[in-house]
Design a protein around this ligand. Structure first.
Ligand SMILES: *[C@@H]1O[C@H](CO)[C@@H](O)[C@H](O)[C@H]1NC(C)=O
Ligand SMILES: *[C@@H]1O[C@H](CO)[C@@H](O)[C@H](O)[C@H]1NC(C)=O
Ligand SMILES: *[C@@H]1O[C@H](CO)[C@@H](O)[C@H](O)[C@H]1NC(C)=O
Ligand SMILES: *[C@@H]1O[C@H](CO)[C@@H](O)[C@H](O)[C@H]1NC(C)=O
Ligand SMILES: *[C@@H]1O[C@H](CO)[C@@H](O)[C@H](O)[C@H]1NC(C)=O
Ligand SMILES: *[C@@H]1O[C@H](CO)[C@@H](O)[C@H](O)[C@H]1NC(C)=O
Ligand SMILES: *[C@@H]1O[C@H](CO)[C@@H](O)[C@H](O)[C@H]1NC(C)=O
Ligand SMILES: *[C@@H]1O[C@H](CO)[C@@H](O)[C@H](O)[C@H]1NC(C)=O
Ligand SMILES: *[C@@H]1O[C@H](CO)[C@@H](O)[C@H](O)[C@H]1NC(C)=O
Length: 604
């Protein structure tokens, strides 16, 4: 990438490639369409334009050859040599076209895909933020400080809230004078092995007030993390708005010996395809689009699989480059010690058992919703008094359905180890994990099923017995719940959506809500829980970490508000904060405690 000392403005670049979008259909294509292809009559039929373009102009310095995927181990090198055109292409080579956003770090999209009314407050607040140029203007660990605010003389006593003031300064020693950093807090009493999350109030001027309830006495370490500065969160949101997604998918089409691969995403704005396949039906009625295969011999219906392709390339400025290199985002920002005195409250056994806690209380995340003691998790508002035997009894005559991703696949594996259950579909371990898994214990009439959510999951494929490719979305799975029979159903959408704007999850939830309403009305023995996002941080790629967690939680809260009295919310954001979880797949002891909480709410 050469050194051109100027900025690329969204508008110029977009004007260049939007002309590629006209529909060029000859008679043969029309035949294809009539048979099976759904053609998009216009590229933007869906959301009205409501955001002024200037709100989104994002300048990328193209004199930098740095891109998001540079130096990413595990990101395969694609199209290493030259760009090819698509006539007569075969396999993955079909993706090697110049404006493929995965290869071209300044391919922009028309950003009218989102309506301004639907943006979360954080995004509204930060729409006009400039991109980061100078890393010294970012929050600086050494220059910032945190101090305990002692309100009563003689220090904190059990039952009072610890208050900590965090003041954020930049590398020049100036107050950052804005809020929006993702501040997370965890408190640990090392001797007794007690941990709890804190809550953070953002004053929007560089000051954050942290509140942590005290349930025990002793010496606590208050640990403050700042996994994502405001600038980092803004960068990710801007990218997902303007590049459509940080990650693209590819579809494979096959007929006879002809195989072609095209680009896919949750939006139809895919460059350089004259015809777009609407794969929404294939994706269980959740929006999905792929370029149509260029060969006349192949049609949209010849799709045999869709799966992960690659991160997009994006030119990034110095400040963003610095952020990208921060690595594991759970590095300490500040730590301080707080002494707590006084008698501990020993009346937890008076709390209601979790099954009797009102479902709406499970959605109240305004204060920490639990804590961990020697690795065991205790919810704040109820008690899980279930023994392992109780859980086993509860599973008699029950169908358990875990939907989601690898994290619920781990639940399936874990639960199978806990109770006798003969594998009937798929594998009992992580091998080929993206395929359905099921087990059964006929003696106690128990079925456990794991069902991946649809795209953007890692991969889906056409089943041999299918006439037309169709993946089950969570909504379709809910539609399958009969009127009779005891069901425990878990809804989970998170990590694979992190590479997309949160509007994708919102759309899914709106689809789910319709089916959920009917399923709950239909079957009174259906128990539904929503598994919330959890914290994690890997050094692999910044884009797949948990920065979306707070946004996803907000969207879940907003979209599922009507279900608060009927469905339980599993607040794993809080639990993973208490555990200081780092792994994308929570390990013991957190994993079993997640299941204990689920059965605590589900089982009498
Ligand atoms: C890119 O250009 C900017 C200003 O145009 C300059 O300050 C910067 O040093 C350049 N970066 C590189 C890597 O050449
Ligand atoms: C973006 O899409 C809208 C809706 O189709 C269209 O009116 C507008 O001209 C497009 N803007 C650009 C810069 O292509
Ligand atoms: C694409 O490639 C074919 C064969 O390699 C060539 O004949 C054709 O001119 C190329 N088209 C464009 C637009 O470059
Ligand atoms: C930020 O606002 C709070 C509340 O108004 C105030 O107490 C605090 O001093 C302010 N901090 C700074 C750095 O201005
Ligand atoms: C794609 O198909 C679905 C129905 O399967 C439809 O609701 C949606 O509007 C279509 N998308 C476009 C862009 O035409
Ligand atoms: C498409 O099919 C026709 C007829 O079966 C065949 O002659 C032709 O070679 C095929 N095209 C390609 C690119 O394979
Ligand atoms: C801490 O609480 C326990 C249990 O109530 C009590 O026995 C102990 O004396 C307390 N310790 C201190 C230092 O207050
Ligand atoms: C759990 O609580 C229920 C209701 O209070 C009670 O009937 C049951 O015996 C308790 N189980 C255990 C193991 O304490
Ligand atoms: C399970 O179902 C069978 C058959 O309907 C019934 O006889 C049995 O009592 C049920 N057991 C429990 C624990 O619900």
């Amino acid at each position: 990438m050469v050194s051109i000392k100027r900025y690329v403005y969204t508008l110029t670049v977009m004007a260049g490639f939007y002309v590629l979008y006209y529909l060029n259909i000859d008679n043969r294509d029309v035949l294809n369409i009539l048979n099976n292809v759904q053609i998009l009559s216009s590229i933007w039929p869906e959301t009205p334009v409501s955001i002024p373009l200037q709100d989104f102009i994002f300048k990328a310095e193209i004199n930098q050859s740095i891109s998001l995927t540079k130096g990413c181990t595990g990101c395969p090198i694609i199209c290493p040599n030259s760009f090819k055109n698509k006539s007569g292409c075969r396999g993955d080579d079909c993706l090697c076209f110049k404006s493929n956003p995965v290869l071209n770090f300044h391919t922009w999209f028309n950003n009218t895909i989102i309506s301004k009314e639907e943006l979360l407050p954080f995004e509204m607040m930060t729409l006009k933020d400039k991109s980061v140029k100078d890393p010294l203007r970012l929050p600086n660990k050494e220059r910032s400080y945190a101090k305990v605010m002692i309100l009563t003389e003689g220090g904190y006593k059990v039952g009072e809230d610890i208050l900590v003031k965090l003041e954020v300064y930049n590398g020049y020693g100036d107050s950052v004078k804005r809020g929006g950093d993702d501040v997370r807090v965890r408190m640990v009493e090392i001797n007794k092995q007690l941990t709890i999350a804190g809550r953070v109030k953002d004053y929007n001027n560089g000051t954050y007030i942290i509140t942590i309830p005290t349930l025990w006495n002793g010496t606590n370490n208050v640990i403050i993390y700042m996994p994502y500065f405001r600038e980092e969160r803004v960068t990710y949101l801007t990218w997902t708005r303007q590049f459509n997604a940080l990650f693209y998918y590819k579809a494979k089409f096959r007929k006879g010996s002809e195989v072609q691969v095209t680009l896919c995403s949750s939006r139809p704005n895919l460059p350089e395809y004259d015809v777009i396949c609407n794969m929404t039906y294939e994706n269980g009625d959740d929006k999905w689009y792929c370029g149509a295969p260029p060969s006349r011999n192949l049609s949209c219906r010849d799709v045999i699989s869709i799966g992960d392709y690659h991160f997009i390339d994006v030119a990034i400025a110095n400040g963003q480059q610095y952020l990208r290199r921060r690595g594991n985002t759970f590095r300490l920002f500040k730590e301080l010690k707080v002494e707590v005195k006084g008698e501990e409250d020993t009346r937890r056994h008076l709390l209601p058992i979790c099954k009797r806690l009102s479902r709406s209380k499970t959605w109240d995340t305004s204060l920490p919703t639990g804590y961990a003691s020697k690795g065991k998790y205790f919810p704040m508002y109820c008690q899980i008094n279930k023994t392992d035997e109780d859980i086993k009894t509860c599973l008699i005559n029950t169908t358990v359905i875990f939907t989601g991703d690898s994290t619920t696949r781990h639940w399936f594996i874990r639960l199978r180890k806990f109770i006798e259950c003969k594998q009937t579909v798929g594998t009992s371990d992580f091998y080929r994990w993206t395929r359905d898994a099921e087990c059964e214990n006929q003696n106690i009439n128990l079925k456990i099923q794991w069902r991946p959510h649809n795209l953007p999951i890692t991969s889906v494929e056409k089943l041999s017995n299918e006439i037309r490719f169709r993946v089950k979305s969570i909504a379709l799975l809910l539609d399958d719940i009969p009127t009779e029979g005891k069901y425990i159903f878990v809804i989970h959408l998170f990590a694979h959506f992190s590479r997309h704007h949160y509007y994708v999850i919102r759309e899914r939830l709106r689809h789910i809500a319709v089916s959920l309403r009917h399923a709950l009305d239909r079957n009174e023995n259906l128990f539904v829980a929503v598994k919330g996002p959890h914290m994690y941080s890997t050094d692999w790629m910044p884009a797949v970490n948990d920065y979306t967690g707070p946004f996803v939680e907000r969207v879940l809260m907003n979209e599922l508000v009507e279900f608060r009295n009927r469905v339980a919310y599993l607040d794993f954001w809080d639990m993973s904060s208490a555990y200081g979880n780092v792994d994308i797949h929570p390990t013991e002891p957190m994993q079993w405690n997640m299941l204990r909480l689920l059965f605590g709410y589900a089982c009498p």
